[in-house]
Ligand binder design. Structure first.
Ligand SMILES: *Cc1c(COP(=O)(O)O)cnc(C)c1O
Length: 484
């Protein structure tokens, strides 16, 4: 399958799109044409790995030996055999995406990306070492380092906003093992870190460098494709457990930041999965809610640090792909919108495009108080423990009129990644040490601390650099020197 940039007309193979990450013109890769006539219901009842192989084959057809790649990506990395289990909670369903090595949904994609990238390097005959540069709002960084650690030919550097991630998230990153990993805090928020990284991509490394840059952020198509799989898995589970009949429409509510997770749901819909609505849930940084309601995207607003930090984002990168796909696949239009965003911090889409967006994407937001209320209510009513990101989605789903269709909530993190916020929501006074909080949450709820988090308290810190955003480029160059 060929991929084209949202801002230009040149197309590349899927192997090249994954190696490049971002298109050379600054746009994001999208399929030139979506597969036609795919029988989406034929996946019902298949095991996760087989479903993944079928979907990878559809979108990444230049790759050789996909079943083996899928197997390498997922075998023995998740704490449950079906990778992304679906739980019934009251009248809704919760799709648990946090059973991987770092307890966040990013593991689903970042278990596959290193395997895909290594295969692409081999097939494309890449001569240089790859340096993965990643800005993280908290979860991507850890999941990416875990996926890429000690992968030959690849190094990875992660930047997170100083003071902008939870203590558990920070310790997960600063204690990361692996010879080829590096992590540093950036002075600023996530948007600052992400923009600085994008500027490094635009500038490129100095001539003669033995290293090329690539991205593990959700702008990489290799992140997006693996995320399509769990929409199919959830749908299949609903059919197999008799909750729906094959072909019945289903809604998904997605706690959204960079718009990667929810966009994968749209890709699933485009190839025929009976997805009716994809509900875009935001926290107090509700730039997307306002956009889907009015057609005006405006990042000129206060930035809030919330209890759902992985969604504290005002520049939602993957929205660009949706604007391209629903806006008549017009790269000139996308380019103009993105230039306006860069220059003025805002853009407005034409009314016809807004109507098409609204057909599929209802939107809403929940502030910290609403999310905390949902955590407590769902725990007290159903004995089910949610993290604050999942709670944002739950709360937004509750705030909309009942559509009379099954409602699946995507659960993107383990509650143990955010124990202070969860304990507080449950009316408990939280301990001072963030790592004692996990034990406290466990004794209060009678649920186990996930294994990868239990050992964090005593894990040694390996990385402590704090970099100003104006120094990021030199920092990266210095890491790649001595590499030819
Ligand atoms: C990254 C993340 C999100 C947001 O996902 P996007 O694909 O960026 O929209 C939501 N919740 C958690 C826990 C995350 O780590």
């Amino acid at each position: 399958m060929q991929y084209t940039s949202t801002r230009g007309r040149e197309s590349v193979r899927s192997t090249q799109a994954i190696l490049n990450g971002l298109a050379p013109d600054g746009g994001l890769y999208v399929p030139c044409v979506f597969p036609e006539g795919f029988d989406s219901l034929s996946l019902i009842g298949l095991p996760f790995e087989e479903m993944a192989a079928r979907i990878f084959t559809l979108f990444l057809d230049d790759f050789d030996g996909i079943p083996a790649l899928v197997s390498r990506a997922y075998r023995n990395k998740f704490d449950c055999a079906d990778i992304t289990p679906l739980k019934k909670v009251g009248k809704r369903y919760v799709l648990e995406l946090f059973h991987g090595p770092t307890c966040a949904f990013k593991d689903v994609a970042l278990s596959a990306l290193p395997v895909l990238m290594t295969a692409a390097m081999r097939q494309e005959g890449a001569a240089k070492e790859i340096m993965i540069l990643t800005a993280t709002s908290g979860d991507t960084g850890k999941a990416a380092m875990e996926g890429f650690k000690d992968v030959p030919g690849i190094r990875i550097t992660v930047f997170y906003p100083a003071g902008g991630v939870s203590p558990v998230q920070e310790k997960q990153m600063t204690s990361q093992a692996g010879k080829n990993v590096c992590v540093a805090a950036v002075k600023g928020n996530f948007d600052d870190a992400q923009s600085a990284v994008k500027e490094i991509f635009a500038k490129g490394l100095p001539d003669g460098s033995g290293t090329v840059l690539s991205s593990a952020n959700s702008i990489n198509i290799g992140r997006l494709v693996p995320q399509i799989v769990y929409y199919f898995k959830a749908y299949s589970d609903l059919v197999m457990s008799g909750e729906i009949a094959a072909g019945d429409p289903v809604d998904f509510t997605v706690p959204t930041g960079n718009f990667g997770d929810i966009l994968a749901g749209y890709f699933a819909k485009r190839i025929g999965l009976p997805v009716e609505k994809l509900i875009c849930a935001s926290n107090a940084n509700h730039v997307l809610t306002d956009f889907f309601r009015t057609g005006v995207y405006d990042r000129n607003r206060p930035f809030y640090k919330t209890t759902s930090p992985s969604m504290d984002i005002l520049i939602s990168s993957n929205l660009e792909r949706l604007l391209y796909l629903l806006g008549g696949e017009d790269p000139a239009q996308v380019k103009a919108l993105m230039e306006s965003l860069k220059k003025d911090g805002s853009f407005a889409v034409p009314p016809a495009l807004l109507r098409r967006l609204q057909e599929t994407f209802p939107a809403g937001f929940a502030d910290d108080a609403a999310a905390a209320g949902a955590i407590r209510a769902v725990w007290e009513k159903h004995g089910y423990l949610m993290d604050p990101h999942t709670a944002v989605a739950w709360s937004v789903a509750e705030s909309l009129p009942d559509p009379g269709r099954p409602s699946v909530i995507l659960s993107t993190a383990s509650p143990y990644k955010f124990p202070a916020a969860v304990l507080e929501a449950l009316g408990q006074k939280a301990a001072d040490d963030p790592f004692d909080l996990m034990g406290q949450l466990s004794s209060f709820t009678g649920t186990p601390v996930p294994k990868p988090l239990a050992s964090l308290k005593t894990a040694p810190v390996r990385f402590s650099d704090v970099v100003g955003r104006e120094n990021l480029y030199e920092y990266v160059v210095s890491l790649t020197e001595g590499n030819d």
